[in-house]
Design a protein around this ligand. Structure first.
Ligand code: ATP
Length: 279
């Protein structure tokens, strides 16, 4: 990883006419190629942060820098080219009548030439494993497939950063897994920087780093295993601890010799088997 691609310094924000701050003195950076999860209870400021990162809102105080570009009215289109967003509802973001039209939409708006557009649409759909659906209409697709098409529309524009704003929260477990696996591949193969804004700590467990938001402020930041050490504190903040994490705590408290906290069922089950056969 090579230096920050996004730097947020002392950002505060209030919605029009509101006295309370939706964000208050928020500072953090995101490294190039990193997967950062932003978690928090309803109203903690996650969506407001996403809107600011994409220039849909401007901070009242503080600065946002994407690479070396400072967020401002003038820089907005350049910033949006660098920071793509995928939103919560797969049905609200489909703008084309077919999968390829949908992915081409952003490219057309950016004045990309026809031949280049055709090759970028094809490449983006291959990357999200949706190439065989090129001529399909959206209503034939599952929620997970629609979100993968939305991701293709974003990566066709070759952004530095992709923000997933609760992008898996309306999907079934299979769709969620499909989307997260696609994002993981894009991060690993293309070096894409990922910011996933989620209330789902199981999703956050897959990130390189987690920021916990509370009442518009950064409450804590750290690696997933460090954040899950907060245990009851997370519950107090209105967050649900993932099942394998909860289970490892309980087993360790019951005296089982487990070497660490487990973020996935598979890891926990593997080590439980090992312990079982050691006896
Ligand atoms: N359009 C708006 N006008 C006024 N206040 C708003 C608006 N949108 C959000 N807020 C307020 O700003 C604060 C932060 O909200 P935000 O939506 O960013 O939180 P969140 O963590 O994304 O919550 P959720 O998970 O429910 O979307 C909350 O107190 C919320 O009530």
């Amino acid at each position: 990883m090579a230096g920050p691609v996004i730097t947020i310094e002392d950002v505060s924000f209030r919605y029009n006419g509101q006295e309370a701050y939706a964000l208050k003195d928020v500072s953090f950076s995101v490294d190039d190629g990193e997967w950062l999860a932003v978690v928090g209870h309803n109203g903690s400021g996650k969506s407001t942060l996403a809107k600011i990162l994409n220039g849909l809102q401007f901070p009242e105080k503080g600065t946002v820098k994407v690479q070396n570009l400072l967020l401002s009215e003038e820089a907005i289109w350049d910033i949006r080219r660098m920071v793509g967003m995928v939103f919560q509802n797969p049905d609200n973001q489909f703008v084309g009548t077919t999968v390829q039209d949908d992915v081409a939409f952003g490219l057309e708006n950016n004045g990309v030439q026809h031949d280049e557009m055709v090759s970028r649409v094809k490449e983006a759909l291959e990357r999200v494993h949706m190439a065989e659906f090129l001529n399909q209409e959206p209503h034939h697709l599952s929620g997970g497939q629609k979100q993968r098409v939305a991701i293709a529309g974003v990566i066709a524009l070759r952004p530095k950063v992709i923000i997933l704003d609760e992008a898996t929260s309306m999907l079934d477990p299979l769709g969620r897994e499909e989307v997260l696996e696609t994002v993981r591949e894009l991060k690993e193969e293309q070096g894409l920087t990922v910011i996933s804004i989620t209330h789902d700590l199981e999703e956050a467990a897959k990130a390189d780093r987690i920021i916990v938001m509370n009442k518009g402020q950064v409450y804590k930041e750290g690696k997933p295993e460090d954040i899950f050490e907060l245990k009851e504190e997370l519950i107090t903040l209105g967050l649900d601890i993932p099942f394998p994490v909860k289970m490892s705590h309980l087993l360790r408290n019951a005296g089982l010799d487990l070497p660490k906290m487990y973020l996935t069922d598979e890891e926990l089950v593997n080590d439980l088997w090992k312990l079982h056969f050691k006896k």
